[in-house]
Design a protein around this ligand. Structure first.
Ligand code: ZN
Length: 396
């Protein structure tokens, strides 16, 4: 009886050993080769002043890139790893703490888009341990999910979609890398190199007679600015507001009629601000989030209204005095003499002399290594979270 029972158990075990893999099989279907159309995304990264062009494939919001491109770029940071082929273990070998030796074709994007990608697997050997990664195979190249590699190597990569930044945290130090992409929402190129100074140009009191000229100069250099516009002028010049918005300039609120708000009652202050936001939102679909008071004049009452309406107050750290000196050289000199990292610069797009000065100012600033961004970008980049009713003059 006992022998019969043992035989029965043995038979059951043998049967189960066939049955269990059969049941396990459906789980493996997720790694069965499967195809997808992958769209290429060209990106530019600056690391320590060095520019890299590379390409990724975005699948379901996940960035896939070649592991040697990543290693090549990270050579300049505290995160280093070598990439080689371990034939004995039939795995891609990642050697941590070793600088990567380029083998030629790194970071050279192929010219085609809309490739067929095949979901596949790759064996990766890190510190003697084999890990299996789900990868994407395109044109015989293996693309890894950035997140998988960072997890395996013990550093974190975060992607901040709002300001297009890849943040690589190498433990002891944080390396921030800014990326601009040629596709995606807005497609506004914004490359911020953490090792170089960043400033924000602001233009008040428009849109006016010379705004178009200012926009032409900014476009020619591909640089964004922030326009503190008046509601009543925005209403009359919707095409100019649309042009600003489409280029990626920031449109901010400078009241409806340029009233000295400290002399107005709360209801009137509110109306000046709310109506301006409404007209801009009706043109661009997006309501401004920054406010600058006419004449920079605020008191505790104006501040309270701005707190209630949820607006920070943006002033400036460098006044070009273009409203006073209607002379392009004077405006140029005032800018170039005092400009510092994280400054907010004040101009007015209603004077022709300002437009003339800008023709020299912008290339000079760029030549000196300054990166021009919007006020919101400057604050975000500087790690400043804006509080309603508070005044800000710079990103320092
Ligand atoms: Zn003004």
């Amino acid at each position: 009886m006992l022998r019969k029972f043992v035989s029965f158990i043995l038979l059951l075990c043998i049967l189960l050993s066939f049955v269990i893999p059969a049941y396990a099989a459906p789980n493996e279907s997720i790694i069965t080769p499967n195809t997808i159309v992958a769209n290429r995304r060209d990106s530019t990264v600056y690391i320590n002043n060095q520019r890299f062009n590379f390409h990724t494939f975005d699948i379901n919001g996940q960035n896939h890139m070649r592991i040697r491109d990543l290693a090549f770029m990270l050579n300049r940071t505290g995160v280093q790893f070598g990439v080689s082929w371990n034939s004995e273990r039939r795995a891609i070998q990642l050697t941590t703490g070793t600088p990567y030796t380029p083998v030629g074709s790194e970071l050279r994007p192929k010219s085609t888009t809309g490739k067929t990608g095949i979901f596949s697997e790759a064996r990766v050997c890190i510190d003697g341990t084999i890990s299996i990664f789900n990868t994407l195979s395109i044109d015989g190249e293996t693309y890894f999910r950035l997140r998988d590699i960072s997890t395996a190597l013990g550093f974190s990569i975060t992607w901040s979609a709002s300001d297009s930044r890849i943040i690589i945290d190498a433990g002891s130090r944080t390396v921030e890398v800014s990326v601009s992409t040629s596709t995606g929402p807005g497609a506004h190129r914004r490359i911020i190199d953490t090792s170089r100074p960043v400033i924000a140009l602001t233009f008040d009191d428009g849109p006016g007679l010379h705004t178009t000229e200012v926009l032409d100069i900014l476009s020619a250099h591909g640089t964004p600015a922030t326009f503190f516009v008046l509601g009543r002028l925005a209403e009359r010049n919707p095409a100019t507001i649309t042009r600003m918005y489409n280029f990626g300039h920031e449109i901010a609120n400078h009241s409806w009629s340029h009233a000295l708000l400290t002399r107005e009652n709360n209801a009137r202050i509110t109306k000046e601000i709310v109506n301006t936001n409404m007209v801009i939102e009706s043109i661009t679909g997006r309501a401004p989030v920054l406010f600058r008071a006419p004449y920079g004049a605020v008191n505790s009452r104006v501040e309270q209204v701005l707190r209630d309406l949820d607006f920070p107050i943006i002033n400036w750290s460098l006044d070009s005095r273009d409203w006073e000196n209607r002379n392009a050289n004077a405006i140029y000199n005032a800018t170039m003499r005092d400009v510092r990292d994280r400054d907010i610069l004040l101009y007015h797009d209603i004077h022709i002399t300002t437009a003339h000065a800008l023709r020299r100012i912008i290339p000079s600033l760029i030549a000196q290594g300054f990166q021009l961004v919007t006020v919101s970008e400057l604050m975000c980049f500087s790690g400043i979270s804006l509080q309603a009713g508070q005044e800000y003059r710079h990103g320092r």
